[in-house]
Design a binder for this molecule. Structure first.
Ligand SMILES: [Ca+2]
Length: 511
């Protein structure tokens, strides 16, 4: 910078001046090489002579290229009370601006052209079903019928996160204050942003209000250079608290410049989601076998019959809640002829997270009339009147729900029925409605509880058979031994032994 002084007067005045940059900021963009020049300097000017002073400075690395750096020089008399005075009409402050070149040809306006491309790592149904374990699942069997999968994506049972790979390119001129605005559905939580390929372009996201599902990220501040590109990866975590049947991520790139084309500045990622449920459906029963006496009079008086305890348990091993699971239990309560086989005394389900049931409605009237069931090995829904229990079950992630049913067998009925061994089969099944965003690996898993009932009286008959068979076997063995003896089997054996003894005797004599 050069500051010139010129004075037309005849008497040399003593003047003072100082030079400054008008930078009111913590990190000034221009710094004078000799900071003492910032203090007022004295100077004597001689008429008709030009005095030039060079002031050197450096421009620092900055984020603000938009506004020019302003320098100003201020002059005044060293001693205004003595000697000549300055003409009032002369300026005492002179300013000059140093603008930055915006790098965009010769004009002031830059014409950037930002473009965003993105891709997620969520699987299409085809990709999901191509995995060897899943290919047997029910959703994959239906897949061939479905066809168009479009915006549908499958969330595997073990998935917690989703990544979006983004390519941001500036196809035009320098893009000043380039930003990427990221907004997303509340079932996603922003986890990280990582720039790939050791790019020197920085992408920095501002800390936003956590309640707003939005991030604003500066791209290569202060400007993204012409014809450059950057690839980076966004990572989102799925929220456990907010469960939605879709995700949406909107990406928007913009800058201070006027875009050549804005169509490619947006990416609207929208997918409807199909979640793979991870359920463990188990059952337990105690006891599992009953022996009843041969006569009703031998049973313990005053009790309905031996008790039973059924437990069905549904565990959600997955990260997401499973809602609207339809649980259907069928207990074989009454025979076709109206004989009540069992009586339920207690039914319990954990009624949390909105789980509810239609409890068992007992309607059967026991008749305890003679009935021949010997042709059935198992009684179940196909050959009895069952007592249905229907529940809508919601299981939060990593939680379980248990259904307990207790009661007693009707001992009077069992004595009236004709059978040797009878199996009572209770079944429980779960399935998800077709409208559910979740699917089970097996469409309708069923669990059975079998109670085996044996009549003691029938054993007595089978014991006689065992004794008879044993006696028959022994008789057969005796006859066989007699036949062998008659045929001389044992005598030949004796003669052989005798011969052997004679031979050894001879050998001993020869010695
Ligand atoms: Ca564009």
């Amino acid at each position: 910078m050069e500051v010139q002084f010129l004075i037309p007067s005849s008497n040399p005045p003593g003047i003072k001046y100082n030079v400054s940059t008008a930078e009111r900021r913590f990190n000034p963009r221009a710094v004078l090489d000799n900071p003492s020049k910032l203090q007022p300097q004295n100077l004597t000017l001689f008429p008709g002579e030009e005095t030039c002073i060079h002031i050197y400075f450096h421009v620092m690395e900055t984020t603000d290229y938009a506004r020019p750096i302003v320098f100003s020089a201020q002059v005044g008399l060293q001693d205004p009370d003595l000697g000549p005075v300055l003409d009032d009409s002369w300026p005492t402050v002179v300013s000059t601006e140093l603008p930055f070149w915006n790098g965009c040809d010769e004009d002031d306006r830059c014409m950037p052209d930002l473009a965003v491309q993105s891709m997620t790592d969520l699987l299409t149904l085809n990709q999901f079903c191509a995995q060897p374990v899943q290919s047997r699942g029910v959703s994959c069997r239906h897949q061939s019928e479905g066809g168009a999968e479009g915006s549908l994506r499958v969330i595997e049972a073990n998935r917690r996160r989703m990544v979006v790979d983004i390519q941001l390119e500036n196809k035009g001129e320098n893009a000043y204050s380039a930003l990427l605005n990221i907004s997303y559905t509340p079932n996603l939580r922003f986890s990280s942003l990582i720039v790939k390929d050791n790019s020197d372009i920085k992408v920095e996201c501002l800390i936003e209000d956590k309640l707003r599902n939005e991030k604003i990220c500066n791209v290569s501040a202060p400007f993204m250079r012409a014809k450059t590109q950057v690839a980076f990866r966004l990572e989102f975590e799925f929220s456990r608290a907010i469960f939605l049947d879709h995700i949406r991520v909107i990406l928007e790139a913009r800058s201070d410049g006027e875009e050549i084309s804005t169509a490619d500045n947006f990416n609207d990622i929208y997918y409807s989601l199909n979640y793979e449920a991870d359920l463990l459906f188990t059952r337990d029963s105690h006891p599992t076998r009953y022996d009843i006496k041969s006569e009703l009079s031998l049973e313990e008086p005053g009790v309905i019959g031996p008790p039973f305890n059924f437990t069905f348990q549904i565990q959600n091993l997955g990260y997401f809640p499973v809602n609207d699971l339809q649980l259907n239990i069928e207990i074989p309560e009454t025979t076709k002829n109206g004989n009540q086989l069992l009586k339920i005394s207690y039914f319990y389900i954990d009624q949390r997270d909105g789980t509810h049931c239609l409890p068992p409605q007992h309607v059967a009237q026991s008749r305890a009339s003679p009935e021949d069931l010997s042709r059935f090995s198992r009684l179940n829904r196909s050959n009895t009147l069952t007592l249905p229990i229907q529940c809508t079950v919601n299981v939060a992630s990593y939680r379980d729900i248990a259904i307990r049913i207790t009661g007693a067998l009707r001992i009077d009925t069992l004595h009236a029925l004709k059978f040797k061994i009878l199996e009572l089969g209770t079944s429980a099944s779960v399935e998800l409605p077709s409208s559910s965003p979740m699917f089970l690996h097996e469409e309708r898993p069923v669990r059975h509880i079998i109670l085996e009932i044996r009549k003691e009286g029938d054993y007595r008959i089978s014991n006689w058979i065992i004794i008879g068979s044993t006696l028959g076997g022994l008789l057969l063995l005796a006859l066989l031994i007699l036949a062998l003896w008659k045929l001389g089997f044992f005598r030949r054996q004796k003669r052989k032994e005798k011969d052997e003894q004679e031979t050894t005797g001879k050998v001993a004599d020869e010695r």
